[in-house]
Design a protein around this ligand. Structure first.
Ligand SMILES: Nc1ncnc2c1ncn2[C@@H]1O[C@H](COP(=O)(O)OP(=O)(O)OP(=O)(O)O)[C@@H](O)[C@H]1O
Ligand SMILES: [Mg+2]
Length: 650
């Protein structure tokens, strides 16, 4: 089942978020509550015995409750009619025992379900989280985070509540109503029929209610997701909001969304009120009618007083099972919606694991020849076939790589049309191109954050699609333009890039390479917690930690997306000096905007119009490529050659 893209909420600071996010989806009509809920079975299976036992216990408890009217009948027609006090006391004792048994059984049911259901919820949440981690970047580009968050919290809570109450009680109440009605019909079938008359309109109302409620429930849950997105974005973007004085418009936007949600919730309440009115009123009227008819019959002597008492107390005992149906149906609808929403995420396809058996995403890509620009002998691997390690050391190779973002229009020109580039083993290559030319995109293809549309990328001759993701990502380390840090200590953030068991020695070395020694001077040294997203650090500090994370694992391949942009010239020079040592035995692709960064690399490649249009040393390209000279200097022509060398600063 394809996923429904999350309704995107436009949160430009000056624009109010879309006040009416995508309402009920079009699949609404065809979906069946039962079918949706059946998908929960794999999660419920392990606790089915407990749930089953709990249901049987609850049915027993309910039936015990139904015996009470029969004891009443025996008391009224026997000891009470015969004025036998001992018999009345005995009857009272029976009633007390029955009441106790009913209470104990219901308590036992609660105890039986509480723990396993908390386990089911936790298991589903863990599965969702694991799945989210494995979903491709393209999925996360498409889905609003609040939508995912609300699915992992509110929706799962609704599911646990459904498993705890409606699932059991729809069954228990159904059985109780059937047994109760049976008892009433046996007592007196005319009175029984009087009671049964409202059943038909009640059932019709339930049918209508279910359909309407399901649509509103879906809308409400989606709106909760949108609201969560707004809250999350405004918390993360609080600096921008305050900086631009947008708190009022942001609050207004939030107010509008929550107002919409309130409207939807009120609609839910109105629907519930309507069904409740029908479900409560009609049986009440029927009981009244039965009382009148029964009283007349007793007066005529056609019916014993005890039977009428038993009949009416049975009817009254059935009141709660009937009345709660509306409520239980509503909860079931919400649970079905929650299940749909949960599986919309779970059904999204995860990244293929890669590895030897994985299909190459490169139909015929390798057949067009390597067309390598490098001088190293091209050791080409057949797609999806592993080369022995000895044949490696070919470096990083892009072969006819074509890439279009999955959500781009299918007839648009791909962002990367035909990228051919060979970075020799141990070489560092700078990647230069105008802003928006696709440099970041190209770097993201190497660790397979996005899949190439056509062509292939090889690491030491091995197609990256033939490597398992784990293998691939242990070979390649990345540092992105946005240095993302996590709420953890400085040390933990850096060591994320290292293999298990890496310790202080590796950490110290990486911090030194990235000139991030400031970390030692933090209040608790490398054990200092960085705030959420590392916002308690300066931009340059974050960037250096991200760089340390990239180099800490001594990767064979290093992909750096403009790693030094936020550094002052002196720090940059120091980082560069240290990086040179790392780059000496690493194959590296470094996106660069400044001549100083470019000079770190052995050669430079120019990305333009979706292709690599020139490769050479910085000085060669300054002479031969006007576009390159322009990008490096901001001026056309070669006269700035000296100026850019001066930019090196050393
Ligand atoms: N997730 C995405 N989905 C669709 N299009 C995208 C996505 N990410 C980037 N793009 C588009 O791809 C183009 C290239 O983006 P990219 O980030 O690769 O450029 P860049 O060369 O790194 O630019 P810069 O020098 O500014 O960092 C841009 O036009 C951008 O709009
Ligand atoms: Mg970029």
């Amino acid at each position: 089942m394809p996923t429904k893209p999350a309704p995107a909420t436009d949160l430009a600071p000056d624009a109010a978020p879309d006040a009416a996010p995508d309402p009920a989806p079009d699949v609404e009509e065809k979906r069946s509550t039962v079918r949706a809920l059946l998908r929960l079975w794999p999660y419920v299976r392990p606790v089915r015995v407990r749930l089953g036992t709990a249901a049987v216990t609850a049915i027993l408890a309910s039936c015990v409750g139904l015996v009470i009217p029969l004891v009443l009948k025996w008391m009224v027609d026997g000891p009470v009619a015969d004025r036998d006090p001992a018999g009345v006391w005995l009857g009272a004792l029976y009633l007390l025992l029955l009441g106790l048994a009913e209470a104990l059984l219901f308590g036992l049911r609660r105890w039986l379900v509480a723990r396993p259901l908390a386990g089911v919820e936790a298991g589903m949440r863990a599965d969702l989280y694991r799945h989210l981690q494995r979903l491709p970047v393209a999925f996360h580009d498409r889905w609003a985070s609040g939508q995912l968050l609300s699915r992992g919290t509110t929706d799962l809570m609704l599911l646990r509540m459904f498993l705890a109450f409606p699932l059991t009680f729809l069954l228990v109440n159904g059985v109780t109503i059937l047994v109760g009605v049976g008892i009433m019909l046996v007592q007196d079938w005319t009175l029984g029929l009087v009671i049964l008359v409202p059943a038909i309109p009640v059932m019709i109302t339930c049918g209508i209610f279910e359909k309407k409620y399901s649509a509103v429930a879906r809308r409400a849950q989606d709106q909760v997701g949108d609201l969560t997105t707004v809250v999350e974005e405004s918390v993360l973007g609080i600096r921008i909001i305050k900086g631009f004085g947008r708190h009022r418009s942001q609050a207004r936007a939030f107010h509008e969304l929550s107002h919409t949600l309130r409207g939807t919730e009120l609609r839910k309440a109105r629907l519930l009120a309507a069904i409740w009115a029908v479900i409560v009123t009609l049986p009440e009227v029927a009981i009244g009618a039965a009382l009148v008819v029964g009283a007349v019959q007793v007066a005529d002597g056609a019916l014993s007083a005890g039977t009428l008492v038993a009949f009416l107390s049975t009817a009254l005992a059935l009141r709660w099972p009937v009345e709660s149906i509306g409520f239980l149906l509503a909860m079931s609808q919400e649970a079905a919606t929650a299940t749909d929403r949960y599986f919309e995420v779970m059904d999204a396809e995860v990244e293929s694991p890669g590895g030897a058996g994985a299909p190459s995403s490169v139909p015929g890509g390798g057949e067009r020849g390597p067309a390598s620009r490098g001088a190293a002998a091209p050791t080409r691997a057949a797609p999806a076939a592993r080369l022995p390690a000895a044949a490696g050391a070919d470096g990083l190779r892009f072969e006819h790589v074509r890439f279009r973002y999955p959500d781009a229009a299918p007839d648009s020109t791909p962002l990367l049309t035909d990228v051919d580039l060979h970075i020799r083993s141990g070489e560092s290559m700078a990647l230069v191109g105008a802003t928006g030319s696709g440099k970041t995109t190209l770097t993201a293809l190497v660790p397979r954050l996005h899949e190439v549309t056509e062509g292939r990328i090889t690491l030491d001759g091995e197609d990256i699609t033939a490597l398992s993701r784990e293998e691939l990502r242990s070979m390649v380390a990345v540092a992105f333009e946005e240095p993302t840090l996590f709420s953890a200590t400085v040390g933990q953030n850096v060591l994320m890039g290292a293999a298990e068991g890496a310790g202080d020695a590796e950490l110290g070395r990486a911090l030194a390479v990235a000139q991030a020694d400031f970390a030692h001077a933090l209040p608790q040294g490398t054990g200092t917690q960085v705030g959420e997203q590392g916002l308690s650090l300066s931009g340059g500090q974050r960037q250096r930690l991200a760089l340390a994370r990239a180099v800490v694992g001594r990767p064979r391949f290093l992909v750096l997306d403009d790693p030094l942009s936020a550094l002052d010239v002196h720090t940059e020079a120091a980082v560069e000096a240290a990086l040179r040592q790392v780059l000496a035995d690493t194959t590296a692709l470094i996106v660069a905007h400044r001549p100083s960064t470019v000079l770190l690399a052995d050669r430079v490649a120019l990305l333009s119009g979706g292709r690599i249009t020139a490769v050479g040393t910085h000085h060669e390209l300054l002479r031969t490529s006007a576009e390159y000279a322009h990008l490096m200097s901001g001026l056309d022509g070669h006269e700035n050659d000296e100026g850019s060398q001066g930019g090196d600063g050393r």
